[in-house]
Write a protein that binds this ligand. Structure first.
Ligand SMILES: Nc1nc2c(c(=O)[nH]1)N[C@H]1C(S)=C(S)[C@@H](COP(=O)(O)O)O[C@H]1N2
Ligand SMILES: [Mo]
Length: 511
């Protein structure tokens, strides 16, 4: 006969072990999100770790992710992280099957990673530690409690095993429900806008000239992109929510007089409205990361004149509330173009996804060197003085937009009736202007297209023509010529480091 030790270690069944791990990690996540939602929405441990991952990802991997998932790359990252967390939960559960110690160690290590990552964020403040701390404490406590209850339920049924089992199940159910509630509440709190963007009416600006009827043509995109359709690119896993009443912009560095402006200060200055085509440097030939909107704001050149730029200044280093930075040539924003600090877009306050309350917009430059959203700081400096976010990752310091054209109609792979076929699309050479667009069929002669109205040199220009197609497979190509007389190059280049080149070609079948 063997005598069992008084407190024999109780090995959990696999389902109970897994449940313990899942509840430990899940409750930690939920507690982190709830506390973040209450005190500092940007400090959600899950998103902070994702953010760090985005910053650390090598450029080749990022390019591969964008190639594979397009603008769904964020969702892909978050899904990947959820999978990693699920694996950690399973690990924590299985590690604690025989004794709680190793399982608790996995939970604590996971929490510690979140805690350390939080301190590395470019916008780190002490209050941001509360969410990962809550996650660590709640996760550890829940793991220990559920593990103990499960052990009780697994002990040989001398007396009251049924009661212990019911108690463990009730605890597990309660923790699961509480975590779901806390997590949902945290997400809701984080998503609540500081104030409604729509509530901020725009100050009066000179009336926008009415659009010529042929700015858009049949088969082209709308000349003015509705804000909801405007392409969106940023590194933010969670759109920063900025309280417009508390927002300030500091303009400092190589200036005579440092300025700190509130939103009211900015809006009380001379307000202009300008249509501007924005392009992302990542846009592949024929891609859709290009849009055109009317922006309302204050000219950067006015503010820089007010501050007094010192000789030798080369770069405006702009910083977003989320720590992202852009570097814009001083020479470009002061050459007379409508380089703006914009608070309005298409006649309404800037949408949160596009930088509410204030962003920078510079016609003729790619967004990554000029379009800082949720901007809060501009340092006037030299090129050597600071390296902005994308330049640190191998992209060019200066990013003038390259002349490009795109066929929108017919769509790639379309089947069209043979005979006269309408071909239409868009073209852009921001701040230079487009003077000619030509189309070729099957590598033949270039045939000029009719151009839509040029509303301004800072915006894209639509084009349309009709061509004769016999039955069979064909390839349509397009090329644009800008106002300097330069024909869009046919040389193919990928987007890194300074923008893709080559000609958009579209296969079609005529029947
Ligand atoms: N804060 C912040 N601003 C940013 C970015 C970003 O990641 N974070 N991305 C830039 C890039 S690469 C582009 S192309 C434009 C896109 O602006 P949109 O999303 O309004 O189209 O924003 C720029 N401004
Ligand atoms: Mo971009």
């Amino acid at each position: 006969m063997t005598v069992a030790p008084l407190r024999a270690p109780t090995t959990l069944t696999t389902p109970w072990a897994l449940l313990t791990g899942i509840l430990g990690v899940g409750s930690a996540l939920a507690a982190g999100d709830l506390v973040a939602g209450l005190v500092a929405p940007a400090s959600s441990p899950f998103l902070v770790v994702g953010d760090r991952f985005v910053r650390l990802t090598p450029e080749w991997l990022k390019q591969a992710a964008i190639a594979a998932f397009g603008t769904g790359d964020k969702l892909a990252l978050l899904t990947g992280m959820a999978v990693v967390l699920a694996v950690l939960a399973v690990l924590a559960g299985l590690a604690g099957r025989r004794r709680p110690g190793p399982g608790i160690a996995v939970v604590v290590a996971t929490g510690a990673v979140a805690l350390v990552t939080t301190t590395l964020a470019p916008t780190f403040r002490a209050v941001d530690l509360l969410a990962p701390l809550a996650a660590l404490l709640v996760g550890t406590a829940v793991y220990a409690a559920v593990r103990a209850a499960a052990a009780g339920a697994a002990r040989p049924a001398r007396h009251g095993a049924g009661v212990s089992r019911r108690r463990a199940l009730a605890l597990a159910g309660g923790v699961a429900a509480g975590s779901l509630l806390a997590g949902a509440a945290g997400r809701l709190l984080a998503a609540a806008p500081a104030t409604s963007g729509a509530a901020v009416a725009l100050p009066p600006a000179p009336p926008a000239p009415s659009l010529p009827p042929d700015a858009s043509l049949p088969g082209t995109p709308a000349w003015l992109t509705p804000s909801a359709d405007f392409y969106r690119i940023d590194t933010a896993l969670q759109v920063p929510r900025v309280d417009p009443a508390a927002w300030t912009l500091r303009l400092h560095g190589m200036v005579e007089r440092e300025l700190t402006l509130t939103l009211a200060d900015l809006r009380s200055r001379r307000v202009v409205e300008a249509p501007v085509t924005m392009v992302c440097v990542s846009n592949p030939v024929g891609g859709t990361l290009v849009s055109n909107a009317r922006f309302t704001g204050v000219r950067l050149a006015d503010l820089l004149a007010e501050a007094g730029v010192r000789p030798g200044a080369e770069q405006l280093l702009s910083t977003s509330v989320d720590g992202f930075t852009t570097g814009t040539p001083v020479r470009v924003v002061t050459d007379g173009r409508e380089a703006l600090l914009a608070f309005g877009m298409n006649g309404a306050a800037l949408p949160v996804e596009h930088g509410f309350p204030v962003r920078m917009v510079v016609p003729g430059l790619y967004g990554y060197v000029s379009g800082c959203k949720w901007i809060t700081d501009i340092e006037v400096t030299t090129w050597a003085g600071a390296t902005p976010y994308w330049a640190e990752r191998g992209w060019a310091r200066e990013g003038p937009v390259k002349t490009q054209s795109r066929i929108d109609t017919p769509a790639a792979g379309a089947t069209v009736p043979s005979g006269r076929v309408a071909v239409a699309g868009t073209s852009w050479a921001p701040h230079v202007g487009i003077t000619r667009v030509e189309v070729a069929v099957d590598g033949g002669a270039w045939v000029p297209a009719r151009l839509g109205a040029e509303v301004g040199v800072d915006s894209w220009r639509m084009w349309r023509t009709e061509i004769e197609l016999g039955p069979g497979e064909h390839t349509l190509s397009v090329r644009a010529t800008d106002r300097t007389g330069t024909v869009q190059t046919g040389r193919e280049q990928v987007s890194i480091p300074d923008g893709a080149t080559g000609r958009h070609t579209v296969p079609v079948t005529a029947v």
